[in-house]
Design a protein around this ligand. Structure first.
Ligand code: SF4
Length: 236
């Protein structure tokens, strides 16, 4: 029997078609990219790229958590992990502000930096906006390899669409998350947290301080960045 209200098959098809285009575009820009139908396939591929003995640093990423990379690395016990985003059961940071700051800096000399991304354009650009800058900075320079795990929901037409999506959807939801789930009280006062809309604020606690567009890498740096595009809705 046909269940016409369930559009999951059609959405899967569309996500895959869009991902195929994005993968080709990324590769043209010297960014290695692969498509995986599920998060489980992506997890397997990502783990294969993390050999024993290397140091892995992570950026804040709901996608990385949804795919389950860090728990699996912890279970294997073969890598040093720099993880400034460890929370207790109540969502409070386990590490002090000073310790996290230290980890942000240590991440630059890690072998692998693991994160998500805010937007991937169909023509292969990676678009990210950061409040503190540690994530986007490590994507650009420092760690020898960068592994980004990205759901197909992050694929957009172009940079303009990526920035619109980030400011109107990603940033407000993230700021709300940091306030509600991780007790960052200063975020409660942000205009986007109060109204759900970005007003391009200049608030002291703004989370949109650094906008970084990765257009690609030089041939000498080819495949430093690897993108695992996943045919699922992941992250924000
Ligand atoms: S209101 Fe400010 S913090 Fe919120 S999304 Fe816009 S620029 Fe970012």
């Amino acid at each position: 029997m046909i269940v016409d209200m369930d559009m999951s098959l059609e959405k899967k098809w569309l996500g895959e078609e869009r991902a195929k285009v994005a993968v080709k575009s990324l590769c043209r820009r010297n960014i290695q990219a692969e498509y995986f139908s599920t998060r489980y396939e992506a997890l397997e591929a990502v783990l294969k790229r993390i050999p024993p003995g290397v140091t892995v640093a992570r950026g804040d990423s709901i996608t990385v958590d949804q795919v389950g990379v860090i728990p699996e690395l912890n279970r294997r016990q073969q890598n040093k992990i720099i993880d400034p985003f460890r929370w207790d059961a109540e969502g409070y940071y386990i590490d002090s502000v000073e310790a996290r700051e230290q980890m942000y800096r240590e991440a630059f000399s890690a072998d692998i930096f693991l994160a998500g991304t805010n937007g991937v354009t169909m023509d292969g650009k990676l678009v990210n906006v950061d409040g503190y800058g540690n994530r986007v900075a490590a994507m650009i320079f420092g760690p020898k390899k960068v592994i980004l795990i990205v759901g197909v929901n992050k694929i957009v037409k172009d940079v303009d669409e990526a920035l619109e999506r980030i400011h109107q959807l990603v940033a407000p939801l993230n700021a709300k998350r940091w306030w509600l789930k991780h007790h960052e009280e200063d975020k409660a006062d942000l205009p986007c947290v109060k109204t759900g809309r970005c007003v391009e604020c200049v608030h002291d606690s703004r989370i949109c301080s650094f906008t970084v567009i990765i257009d690609g890498t030089k041939a000498s740096n080819k495949d430093r960045i690897y993108v695992a595009l996943v045919g699922e809705e992941l992250g924000i």
